[in-house]
Design a protein around this ligand. Structure first.
Ligand SMILES: Cc1cc2nc3c(=O)[nH]c(=O)nc-3n(C[C@H](O)[C@H](O)[C@H](O)COP(=O)(O)O)c2cc1C
Length: 359
């Protein structure tokens, strides 16, 4: 019998009810950088997903570059995430925390007092970003991190992962995609360092791999995944002739470190260049753990790729945002509610917890 999207799946220490994953989505409701009750409700409403991945959570005050995103470095934040984890578990699902240090993608107006915008090199991202107090602002150039600051940022990831587990979350996903700190190290557009943290493929991959190795040592590789977006262009990222080789090196090393999954983003459905099928195949071959595919999926495409063995789990973003009971709807063929773009990032419950809970 062929495997179905609706069949259970063992992911490290946990048993998922099905192959549907809720993609990480930043929703900017965490006033004071703490997750509140409405966010517990939001995630619990979507507990039909076999696995939920939280929106990006900063491991450090320096990584809080967007307005109203949560952190995971204070006791109030741990308490907030404990409420989230409890609500999701009570509703029957599992939840991983996505650790997202924004690096250069931030603005002083969004940062708490004393925090600093850091990046591998002092190169500003192109374009602008939203701030609550000053509206749209150009990205400032970050300070190039010293070796001590790199070491500190690695330690912050380890500590935040430890706190995620302490809060009762089931695991951690490192945000190595979409142009945030980890990808800023990987990518030549943002990393022009001439020391051991840049230059060669090994040098640019070093930050990602040291974070992965040290977090895995702390919480166990079977509770650690990573999100990657080769060929992504979001936040000023650019491919280069070594892109395939870089991601092949990463896939091999992440496998050796025992990570439980690689979560591959292909944003071609959002206008980004496609990831070549050959690179996807070689990552799948080189990484022995679970492979999560994401970006623009519907049931038919996920079913086809599952049958072809191209991925184990499938992450859905916008469809889950607007359809709390997405799994039932896909099973029953019920038409999907479209997402309301205007309330993606606005404070309050509107567009967060008030989508119809129909199946
Ligand atoms: C409102 C919104 C917020 C997002 N925030 C994040 C995020 O915090 N971390 C991340 O890795 N991706 C983030 N993404 C990207 C999604 O995880 C996903 O890759 C993207 O929406 C494409 O998948 P879809 O076609 O199923 O929506 C976000 C997307 C949306 C729409």
């Amino acid at each position: 019998m062929s495997t179905s999207l609706f069949s259970p799946y063992k992911l490290g220490r946990i048993e998922l009810a099905n192959r549907f994953v809720m993609s990480p989505m930043t929703r900017n409701r965490s006033i004071g950088n703490i997750p509140h009750e409405i966010e517990s409700t939001y995630y619990a409403q979507r507990a039909e997903a076999g696995l939920i991945i939280t929106g990006g959570i900063s491991p450090s005050p320096n990584g809080l570059g967007y307005a109203r995103i949560p952190g995971l470095f204070s006791s109030e934040q741990v308490a907030g995430f404990r409420r989230v984890a409890d609500a999701v578990h009570q509703a029957g699902s599992h939840i991983f925390a996505q650790l997202m240090h924004v690096g250069r993608i931030g603005h002083p107006a969004n940062l708490p007092a004393g925090a600093r915008l850091l990046g591998p090199s002092a190169i500003a991202a192109p374009g602008t970003m939203y701030t609550d107090t000053e509206g749209m602002q150009p990205h400032p150039a970050p300070s190039a991190m010293t070796e001590a600051e790199i070491e500190e940022a690695i330690g912050e990831h380890v500590r935040a992962a430890e706190l995620a587990i302490e809060a009762g979350l089931d695991g951690v996903e490192l945000h190595g995609a979409n142009g945030y700190l980890i990808e800023q190290f990987l990518n030549t557009a943002s990393n022009q360092r001439t020391d051991g943290w840049g230059g060669s493929i090994e040098g640019r991959a070093r930050f990602a791999l040291e974070v992965a190795e040290r977090v895995a040592r702390q919480i166990g590789g079977d509770r650690l995944g990573i999100r990657l977006s080769p060929y992504g262009v979001f936040n000023g990222m650019q491919a280069d002739p070594e892109t395939d080789a870089l991601y092949e090196h990463l896939a091999r090393r992440l496998g050796e470190l025992g990570l439980v999954y690689v979560h591959l983003v292909d944003h071609s459905s959002m206008g980004a260049p496609p990831v070549s099928p050959t690179l996807k195949q070689s990552i799948r071959k080189l990484f022995p753990g679970t492979y999560i595919a994401s970006g623009g999926y519907d049931r038919a495409r996920a079913e086809q790729e599952l049958a072809e063995g191209r991925a184990d789990l499938f992450a859905f973003g916008r469809p889950f945002l607007a359809n709390p009971r997405l799994v039932s709807k896909l099973k029953n063929g019920t038409p999907l509610t479209p997402p309301d773009l205007a309330t993606f990032y606005t404070p309050g419950p509107q567009g967060l917890t008030d989508y119809p809970i129909d199946g």
